[in-house]
Design a protein around this ligand. Structure first.
Ligand code: PNS
Length: 169
């Protein structure tokens, strides 16, 4: 695939999308011609937001960004990457603690699909401690996450908290 049409896939659970994710997506959108944010549909996990809602939120946040798309995927990531004709898998690295898991995934994905290259990017420093898991926990316990997630996500989290639904299903 030529540089002129380089497509990257940024996979994850995005439960919910954080400003750390947004930062990585914007960096990817500058580096590649198109980036697809690929939301994992995982029936085994009990997510806070259903996959459709996670996808809607990402589309809402990036509606003005023409080279950012969002889709759902299930099964093996490499099958999805192959099917979309992408050559790059983007992942964010916040700290050394992320490294071992990320390296294992990158090498397994390379074993399964040698043509796809995993590219790691570091988010801005102010997001290095932000994770979806901590966002869920803080909101469930009544804390504020302003500035750590997009306003659209904050609004949905607040609505869920008000309805007593911030515990994972
Ligand atoms: O945001 P997350 O939860 O850390 O993302 C993990 C994700 C979705 C990238 C990973 O679990 C994944 O790729 N799952 C799809 C199944 C798969 O391909 N497993 C083998 C990966 S080595």
């Amino acid at each position: 695939m030529s540089r002129a049409s380089r497509l990257a896939v940024y996979p994850g659970s995005f439960d919910p999308l954080t400003n750390g994710h947004v930062d990585i997506i914007l960096r990817g959108a500058r580096l590649f011609d198109r980036i697809i944010v690929a939301v994992l549909v995982n029936a085994d996990k009990a997510p806070l937001f259903p996959a459709e809602e996670r996808l809607d939120l990402i589309r809402e946040v990036f509606k003005g960004q023409s080279n950012v798309e969002a889709e759902m995927f299930g099964g093996l990531l490499v099958d999805y990457v192959r099917q979309r004709g992408a050559s790059v898998i983007v992942r964010g690295l916040r700290a050394v603690s992320d490294f071992e898991y990320e390296m294992q995934m990158a090498l397994m994905n390379r074993h399964l699909l040698a043509d796809a290259e995993t590219v790691f990017m570091m988010p801005a420093e102010q997001y290095t401690y932000v994770s979806s898991r901590l966002i869920r926990e803080v909101v469930a316990l009544g804390g504020t996450v302003t500035g750590l997630v997009p306003p659209e996500v904050e609004g949905r989290l607040a609505a869920r908290h008000a309805a007593g639904k911030t515990r994972r299903r």
